[in-house]
Design a binder for this molecule. Structure first.
Ligand code: SAH
Ligand code: SF4
Ligand code: F3S
Length: 471
């Protein structure tokens, strides 16, 4: 009953937005000339997925996509603020748009996403970037048509930022970047408040979608040709805890695994503190769940992990890895690491190197700590000197790269099933795709293979990708 009522609200709101879409489409058609949009997603897969939805709305409004920003009539940036350099990039791009707008006054500039959820950023854009016409945040993406219509009608700047989520309004009818793989949101927001991280402040509290809604979306995607599903959440392992009828993430995986026609199931991101034995067994038992896990450890020092509020120790992380490898021996594991968190000493950093060596990651996303205003770590004592951070960062890569090379070398001679994603930009006769364990594989082939699952014998290793041959 509650689900039905929720669906009704959500459907009504989407129907309202559909009316604005039609109105804008009629306006665009009346102009008798092609109108273009430029759509840029920054940051994580959630933003990329949100941008697929923005793109769909724009296409339905009669705009065509362009990769040439200068050709566009409508430019939208979906921003990220997880690290300072992501924000710097946005201000740089806004400066560039200001310049374009001088010769093209009808250009409409919209900006949305995580950065907009910060009051200081909003003020700065309001005051110093007056050429931005439409501003909205992470909780009201579905309102783009209404906001654009208001701007077109009034010529005024339109700002609509929500401070918290309303109903979950999930339009599942959108254009996908890839025909054969799709992302599906399962949990929004984050409750973990790692002390360095801005995400909980800009994405709100954790809330899970109903299991049946998720399964129905997946069934629809499969009917539309999708073979591989990536379940998205800042911490997928806490999925379902706050639903009226609680469900665990492991249960969700087991049920999705039963859906006919699905070939591969991936998910990200897992938080080590919430990765249960039940989940490890579900990953082991479900043949469609890939033998790959992204499990950020951030730091190898228990002292730093405590200051980060991560909720596990170095030893607990290593024990967890051992358990996972025991149950799923051919699994590959990737991670995120931060260097230079406040108070990190050389000894702490050595602990990080130790974890990197002990686990043997197939990929690692490495970051220099970036101070985020409003987070507890921003005001912690003993902020680490920039030069020291750079030096540690480079030493970390020096340790990680040979490990990544070795992990990939162990795959030479093996046969992996690869779903082909595209043709190489350098060579039309080379295609690339991903294996179940998420390795990038290049081999001879042409574009007719895109979307197909092909068994490939691995014959070479180039650290960040493998070379294969069809068998
Ligand atoms: N929810 C995911 C990750 C979200 S952000 C998780 O918990 O794993 C992706 C990565 O960005 C994080 O894992 C972390 O390594 C990095 N990150 C987040 N805030 C950062 C900051 N202030 N400085 C540097 N790296 C940061
Ligand atoms: Fe940020 Fe931590 Fe939440 Fe990940 S789990 S989004 S790092 S607060
Ligand atoms: Fe960035 Fe927002 Fe994702 S801050 S990492 S785009 S949730």
């Amino acid at each position: 009953m509650l689900t039905e009522k929720r669906d009704e609200v959500s459907q009504l709101e989407l129907a309202r937005q559909d009316c604005f879409i039609e109105e804008i489409r009629a306006l665009n058609n009346a102009e008798n000339k092609d109108k273009y949009f430029y759509n840029l997603a920054m940051g994580c897969q959630m933003n990329a997925h949100d941008s697929e939805k923005l793109k769909s709305m724009l296409v339905r409004m009669g705009y065509k996509e362009t990769n040439d920003e200068e050709k566009a009539d409508f430019v939208i940036y979906n921003t990220c603020c997880v690290r300072e350099n992501a924000e710097v990039k946005v201000y740089g791009k806004l400066g560039f748009l200001k310049h374009i707008k001088q010769t093209k006054p009808n250009l409409i500039v919209a900006i949305c996403g995580c950065m907009m959820q910060q009051e200081t950023v909003l003020q700065k854009i309001k005051e110093s970037h007056r050429h931005v016409n439409i501003i909205f945040g992470t909780f009201n993406l579905h309102k783009l048509p209404e906001l654009l219509k208001t701007h077109l009608q009034t010529g005024d700047r339109v700002i609509d930022i929500w401070n918290e989520h309303g109903e979950i309004i999930e339009d599942t009818n959108y254009l996908r970047e890839f025909p054969y793989k799709a992302s599906v949101n399962i949990v929004y927001g984050c409750n973990n408040f790692c002390t360095y991280c801005i995400v909980p402040y800009v994405r709100g509290r954790e809330r899970s979608r109903e299991k049946e809604d998720i399964k129905n979306e997946i069934k629809g995607l499969i009917a539309d040709g999708v073979k591989e599903i990536v379940l998205l959440g800042q911490n997928v392992n806490s999925y379902g805890k706050n639903l009226e009828n609680p469900v665990t993430f492991a249960q969700l995986l087991r049920e999705i695994n039963e859906i006919d026609g699905l070939e591969r199931l991936r998910f990200m991101t897992s938080h080590p503190k919430d990765l249960s034995d039940e989940l490890i067994y579900a990953m082991r038992d479900c043949e469609k769940v890939c033998n790959y896990l992204h499990l950020p450890f951030q730091s190898g020092s228990t002292k730093i992990l405590t200051k980060m509020n991560r909720g596990y120790t170095k030893e607990q992380y290593l024990t967890l890895i051992e358990k996972i490898k025991k149950e799923i021996p051919d699994i590959l594991i990737s991670t995120d690491i931060i260097v230079g968190f406040p108070g990190e000493t050389e000894e702490d950093f050595q602990e990080t190197l130790d974890v990197a060596k002990k686990v043997g990651f197939s990929t690692a996303f490495t970051f220099m700590y970036s101070k985020r205003t409003g987070t507890p770590a921003a005001t912690m004592e003993n902020q680490v000197d920039e030069e020291v951070v750079h030096d540690r960062f480079n030493r970390l890569l020096g340790v990680l790269n040979p490990i990544i090379f070795d992990i990939h070398s162990a795959l030479v001679g093996k046969t992996l099933k690869v779903i082909v994603e595209g043709v190489s930009k350098q060579d039309d006769n080379i295609v690339s795709g991903r294996s179940e364990n998420n390795c990038l594989v290049h081999f001879k082939g042409d574009k007719t293979l895109i979307g197909q699952t092909v068994p490939i014998k691995i014959v070479g290793n180039k650290t960040f990708y493998l070379i294969g041959e069809r068998i």
